[in-house]
Design a protein around this ligand. Sequence first.
Ligand code: NAD
Length: 428
Amino acid sequence: MSDGTGSPLGLAAELTITVDGAAGDHDGEFGVIDPATGRVFAMAPETTAEALDTAVTAADRVFRTEWRTGEESRRAVLGAIADTLMASAGELAGVLSSEQGKSRADALDEVAVAARYARYYAENPAEREAAGPVAVITPWSFPLSIAFASIAPALRSGSTVVWKPSPHTPLSALLAGELLRSVLPPGVLNVVSGSDPLGARLVAHPLVREIGFTGSTAIGSKVAALAAGKRLTLDLSGNDPVLLLDDADPGRAAERVFAAAFRNLGQVCVGPKRVYVPASLRQPFVEALTELARAAGSGGLAPIGTRAQFDRVADLVADARAHQAVVTACAGKPDSLGYFHGRTILADVTDGVRVVDEDQFGPVLPVITYHDIDDAVQRANVSSYRPGASVFATDPDRALAVAGRLEAGTIWLGTHGTHPPEDPAPVR
Ligand code: NAD
């Protein structure tokens, strides 16, 4: 897997799509960029229309076999998927780190989370009926863990899968597809790479019965329009609010909010995206956040996943500055060709500014000062993208009372967490 230049893959497309248990046909290739350098470091196959059709047809064929009825063998297969991913964790993490930009340690964690989803559904039922071939369409932020959060329950239920990864991060998916050929019946899990129109063709394919889409709200709307009559799950953008009450410990809250907000450089759907802080705590809270950003410096700073996202984050910061936001920290921006952007704290931002109203999906955290808790709750509830929310307070009764007025999928007290597989997540 090395071309001797230090890059894990040579430029030629070595990895193949997986169609009906074997390498499928492709028509040309597209470049995959290393976000740390901004340069193409590998090529990936562009799946042909015929290969896509063969993949979906195979998924439909195997769905109609004992795959659908053989629950015990499906459990065994899911266990084997978990074992296989973990046995190749180092190789998968290397590819994932190169194409996505995250550190090797974070990439290893992500492989472990993907395996954990497979293990969980080997041991626990998926609370849904088998549908038939499921199109799993995934973004570049967590190329493996998000995919297996959909693939594992689909397989456990007796469905079969055609997985189309993001064109920014196709390599870890292609490698997983190759590794899993030896443990899956042909046709159960097909992996096809290609540019965006491939996703639209997959969604519209008449044999696809269900779509599990994770990505932007804009593309999700297009997918919904194409998916009429099919079962559809859309995991889209997030703009989670955090509320500090006036009895919160600003230092403790800052530590937890900072850790959650800058996990995966803020490229997460469920994470703190805007913090409402009472005027009495504005100074100590912003100072504590700023200190944490400075202390983190450039140590372990990963690049943003794509050029478009890097440009968007820079635009949002410039727009916030033009609207009187104060940049208290923009730490750790190395002088590099890659898409590096320091962890940025923006104080004194207001609702109505883009970085507050939109999902920044990057290493920027706006802090909004409030004077009246009822007003803050009302503003926290304004955005239409709220998979999560959190409340920080010392008095648990006050925290609970405010949490009960927030409208979000999951509401945390004193932390802003993630969804492990065993959580009753809103969708899966
Ligand atoms: P994106 O919407 O651009 O792409 C997501 C996937 O959809 C990719 O595989 C892409 O090739 C495919 N696609 C593009 N056009 C399509 C079409 N017309 N039909 C079918 N598929 C199509 O998202 P992205 O830039 O890869 O990821 C970042 C976005 O994902 C952010 O907006 C973020 O909020 C969101 N996200 C959501 C979650 C969640 O669980 N809710 C998790 C991570 C990221």
